[in-house]
Design a protein around this ligand. Sequence first.
Ligand SMILES: NC(=O)c1ccc[n+]([C@@H]2O[C@H](COP(=O)([O-])OP(=O)(O)OC[C@H]3O[C@@H](n4cnc5c(N)ncnc54)[C@H](OP(=O)(O)O)[C@@H]3O)[C@@H](O)[C@H]2O)c1
Length: 286
Amino acid sequence: MNVSIIGCGDIGSRVAPACRERGDSVTGWVRRNDSVSRLKALDINAVQIDLDRPLKSLVQLKSRRLYYFAPPPPRGTEDSRVANLIGGFTDTGQPEKVVYLSTSGVYGECKGAWVDETRPPAPTVDRARRRLDAENRWRAWSEHSGQALVILRVAGIYGPGKLPVQRLQSGQPMVAEADSPITNRIHTLDLVQICLAAMQRGRAGEVYNVSDGHPGAMTDYFNQVADFLGLPRPPLISPEEARRRLSPGMLSYLAESRRLSNRKLLSELGVVLRYPTLEQGLPACV
Ligand SMILES: NC(=O)c1ccc[n+]([C@@H]2O[C@H](COP(=O)([O-])OP(=O)(O)OC[C@H]3O[C@@H](n4cnc5c(N)ncnc54)[C@H](OP(=O)(O)O)[C@@H]3O)[C@@H](O)[C@H]2O)c1
């Protein structure tokens, strides 16, 4: 199989060798010069493309299996990068199957309820609106072209190099557990095997929530990571103080609470999680 990984950063650079082990030929797309060098050092074929610019027609995607891991642009409510890529398919050829890595943020505020894939998306911030726009663009492409699409709605990713070390070291505060939203996580290494399972066994047109199935208070997450790293737990502040002291980005995460069901992921994709809890996953972060 010919595989292209668009946005071959942390997750992509782990998916690539796993694909190669299965006998696939893999090309990673990245934006920056130093990312090309990084991929070459990992022995991954690299293509340098900026999705914010018109695509070069020399790139071939016909009949390829495509993982799309690039984030949307930083502003607005649309994903112009996905629009640009899909618009270029007339020149590059149509991929045969796409796995799109979205986020569970598209569900918006759910007041701590369990959320499965039947829940209609209701994004409340532009970051999530851009993701839903990307999902919709991929869906329209799939319906129009007849090619297969699988959408993964991914919870907060933690893993090697993805722990909030700086936040904890700098002593930034957090609200008490009772005031904290319920959040969801997935370990990087489990996400990698889920991406492969989605490409191999994901049903065309389906959405799968991706989480370890053990939601918990955001404050408890920071406390557990702090204990694991031997750092002080975040000092606790009231919600009123949080509104004055925390960044708009962090406040937007505090405003959304949900429990992500991973039942469909486990039953349909046949995934067996290596790290179903934070206690099991944290030692595999160093
Ligand atoms: N962090 C979370 O909790 C979370 C949760 C759900 C989903 N996600 C999403 O999961 C995806 C994969 O995560 P990751 O950790 O692998 O991300 P990452 O390491 O930041 O990789 C992102 C990749 O996208 C490429 N890229 C960015 N802008 C581009 C552009 N304009 N044109 C071409 N390529 C571009 C980057 O290339 P350069 O490095 O060369 O710029 C990089 O290879 C991301 O979309 C992320 O937003 C994250």
